[in-house]
Design a protein around this ligand. Structure first.
Ligand code: DGT
Ligand code: CA
Ligand code: CA
Ligand code: ZN
Length: 597
């Protein structure tokens, strides 16, 4: 595990352990905040921490003195004394109980203190003998939910890649659209925010016939368990089934889907609330309070909070509730697109940023054909690209070292270049460029010699093998490729596979600086199994002014549909269209590509 990931999880765990042992509230939240800040860093802090450079650490936004010295301790001793002390006080089974969805530190602490629950098995026992009901705020319904969550945790527990969650959500969306009485239906939560992984799917519905909606939902095919069936909230578990594809998602895994029944009149407030993130929601509510108002899932109300009864219950008319736009307007803020709602600085925006949109993309610069491991001919791929309104498609089959992917030996590449040129000549309305996805070998050199690279219109250089290298080595390797004068794009720079392979962890800021210096674009690979660069990397690249290329890395016709995930990742990194080379008109793009020949 990288230092950064290790630190992120230790601080998070410390925060939870502090709460479980009745620690000071301020320290509980300080540790949670530190964990979040460290998680989102785009620089490698290990060298600073190893060198004991407190000054440099404290200079990083969001890292205070206490956190800095703990980071140093972690780097130098491999652990943190305070963490070790806390860990002796909290049994590991209690931490497992805490990982059950719907159980927070407060309830877990009560179970532990009052009923001696120190493992999930202990918890199951007090559920079975009913003694759990003696605890405060534990009703039959809550206990039922806890049981369902335990079952869920034991059978799956992983987050889903967005591509899988999206296809399941789409299935439920169309089912509910076709249900009697439906006025509006939409998904919210992390799926709407375009996060790379999804914990559960959240769907909102406004209906003239809520009972029909609830029924259609809990009785739909594929439901393996009904976790809750209330007036306003229903939860199910649904089998993933065949919506997974050749990337081999686990056929036995299931996903939780929450359906919230809301009223049409407060649609905007509900959508805003359930789209999250939780952190963004907290910041919005703070802002409302400062303005003498209350914001909740029913609306934004003129209300000073002195009356404990919620304003909607007292019959107070909302200032805004029908649309998200009207609520942001009433809060005197620009509209914040869902992909930006992560409390990463969007609250300070004075006007809206024009982030990249799907329709801005006019070129695909990373695609495979049957010449290597793709399933399309050059013509087929070009026809799809053209139908999407693209002016350019680059054919970039694999290079010789990617033998399992059918990589092309130099003479086959030469033939392939001719084949691409031929198809280009007889095809109207789109330029088809001859390129290659060239392996960046472990030592940072490229998989073809310069003479051959020179004949290619587009060179996407990507790491494929040796993805367990140490961060320092990874940085060196990628820097060398960036410095190569004939490279246009660094493809899937870290090589990670979501929930399956962590990939390289290079010093992203060094790569970004080099990419700017050498006029190289860094890729956001849109495949939902990759999303590489990830959102936080994109944000750092955009702030520095580096060029980005959003590509589908098509192997199959349906891969073109993944573009939306790459675009959302770009949005989450605040990417503007100008910095994305795939948005440029043909003249500008082709001129830029030729400038490296
Ligand atoms: P996920 O499912 O882990 O990928 O992430 P989300 O963001 O979809 O989170 P989820 O499903 O727990 O809740 C959906 C949204 O509902 C969340 O983004 C904000 C809102 N929400 C849920 N629970 C809370 C809460 O305890 N407090 C606040 N303020 N908002 C919440
Ligand atoms: Ca969710
Ligand atoms: Ca949820
Ligand atoms: Zn690749």
């Amino acid at each position: 595990m990288s230092f950064q990931k290790n630190a992120t999880s230790i601080f998070q765990t410390m925060s939870q352990m502090l709460e479980l042992t009745g620690g000071d509230r301020f320290r509980v939240s300080a540790h949670a905040k530190a964990s979040r800040v460290i998680k989102e860093l785009t620089i490698d802090i290990e060298p600073l921490a190893s060198a004991g450079d407190l000054k440099a650490l404290v200079a990083i936004d969001g890292i205070g003195k206490g956190t800095a010295s703990k980071l140093v301790e972690l780097a130098q001793n491999g652990t943190i004394t305070e963490y070790e002390e806390l860990a002796t006080k909290v049994p590991s089974g209690v931490m497992k109980v805490l990982s059950i969805q719907g159980l927070g530190p407060k309830s877990v602490k009560l179970m532990w203190d009052e009923k001696g629950v120190e493992s999930i098995d202990d918890l199951k026992k007090i559920i079975e003998d009913g003694s759990i009901l003696e605890l405060p705020r534990m009703g039959a319904k809550t206990v039922e939910n806890i049981s369902a969550s335990i079952e869920f945790l034991e059978s799956s527990g992983k987050r889903l890649p967005i591509g899988i969650a999206q296809s399941i959500a789409d299935r439920y969306l169309s089912l509910l659209k076709d249900t009697k009485g439906t006025i509006k239906v939409a998904y919210a939560g992390s799926l709407r925010r375009g996060k790379d992984t999804i914990g559960d799917v959240d769907i909102l519905i406004a209906s003239d016939d809520p009972e029909a909606a609830r029924e259609a939902f809990v009785e739909s095919p594929g439901v393996t368990a009904v976790l809750a069936r209330g007036e306003t909230k229903c939860s199910i578990r649904a089998a993933i089934g065949d919506s997974s594809n050749r990337w081999g998602a686990d056929q036995n895994s299931a996903v939780q889907i929450d359906l919230r029944v809301v009223s049409e009149s407060s649609w905007g407030a509900a959508l805003l609330y359930f789209s999250g993130s939780k952190e963004h929601g907290v910041r919005l509510r703070e802002r409302a309070i400062k303005m003498g108002m209350t914001l909740n899932e029913y609306g934004l109300f003129e209300d000073d909070g002195s009356d404990p009864t919620p304003p909607q219950t007292r019959g107070v008319d909302p200032v805004a509730c029908e649309t998200e736009e009207s609520i942001y307007r009433a809060l005197k803020m620009p509209f914040i697109p869902p992909t930006l709602r992560e409390d990463r600085g969007e609250m300070s925006l004075e006007e809206s940023v024009r982030v990249i949109e799907l329709a801005d993309i006019k070129a695909e610069l990373h695609s495979h054909t049957i010449a290597s491991d793709g399933k399309m001919t050059i013509e087929e791929s070009a026809a799809i690209a053209k139908s999407r309104g693209f002016h350019t498609l680059a054919v970039t089959d694999h290079s010789q070292s990617s033998a399992v992917a059918g990589g092309l030996k130099p003479d086959r590449l030469r033939e392939h270049i001719l084949a691409v040129r031929k198809v280009d000549q007889k095809t109207d309305g789109i330029s088809i460029l001859a390129g290659s996805e060239v392996d960046i070998l472990v030592d940072g050199t490229l998989d073809y010699d310069d003479e051959l690279l020179h004949e290619l219109d587009v060179v996407v250089a990507s790491p494929h093998a040796g993805l367990r290298a140490k961060p320092k080595q990874a940085t060196k390797r990628l820097l060398k490729a960036i410095e190569h004068p004939m490279v246009h794009v660094i493809g899937h720079p870290t090589g990670r596979l979501i929930e399956r392979r962590p990939g390289l962890e290079p010093d992203m800021n060094e790569l970004i600086a080099a990419a700017i210096e050498h006029n190289v674009a860094l890729e956001i690979n849109s495949h939902w199994m990759r999303l590489d660069l990830r959102d936080t990397h994109v944000r750092a690249a955009v702030e520095a002014g580096a060029l980005i290329s959003i590509n589908c890395d098509d192997h199959h016709p349906s891969d073109y549909d993944n573009l939306k995930f790459g675009v959302m990742t770009g949005q989450r990194g605040w990417l503007t269209p100008e910095l994305c080379i795939n948005t440029w008109d043909a003249n500008k793009l082709h001129g830029w590509l030729k400038s490296k020949r």
